[in-house]
Design a protein around this ligand. Structure first.
Ligand code: FES
Length: 139
């Protein structure tokens, strides 16, 4: 039986539907993590450490569907402690695994979106770049 999940990535407003049983693994982060879903659908989610729980660039806020996710392990919680803008709904996109069917809404924080580049390439912006109005908008 298919395990269907609908995930909306904000603020892009991009919604994707995946079957967790058949989605291929893209080899970054844990299988069926937000990072894995993003890579499967051509959505850029920064992952400077390659999805190994060694940075915080994949930090996301889960606005809906937290109950569908794996519990955060100690290494994820330790890493999140170093993340900017930590909130109660913060997760690492490479470590939060979608385990149950349903609907999820996740937001990529603005400071993280400043790393977004066209074509999915990772571009580390300098600290001087990242103020208001520097986020690229989708056309
Ligand atoms: Fe580095 Fe998720 S990509 S912790």
């Amino acid at each position: 039986m298919a395990k269907l999940v609908k995930i909306t990535f904000q603020p892009m407003g991009k919604t994707v539907e995946v079957d967790l049983d058949t989605m291929p693994y893209k080899e970054h982060g844990l299988p069926a993590s937000f990072l894995d879903v993003a890579l499967n659908h051509g959505l850029h989610l920064e992952h400077a450490c390659g999805g190994n729980c060694a940075c915080t660039t994949c930090h996301v806020w889960v606005h809906q569907g937290q109950e569908l996710l794996s519990e955060a392990r100690d290494d994820e919680l330790d890493r999140l402690d170093m993340a900017a803008d930590l909130q109660l709904n913060s997760r690492l996109g490479c470590q939060a695994v979608i385990e149950r069917p349903g609907e999820i809404v996740v937001e990529i924080p603005a400071w993280n979106r400043n790393y977004v580049s066209e074509g999915g390439e990772s571009v580390m912006a300098s600290p001087a770049v990242g103020g208001a109005g520097t986020t690229k908008k989708e056309e």
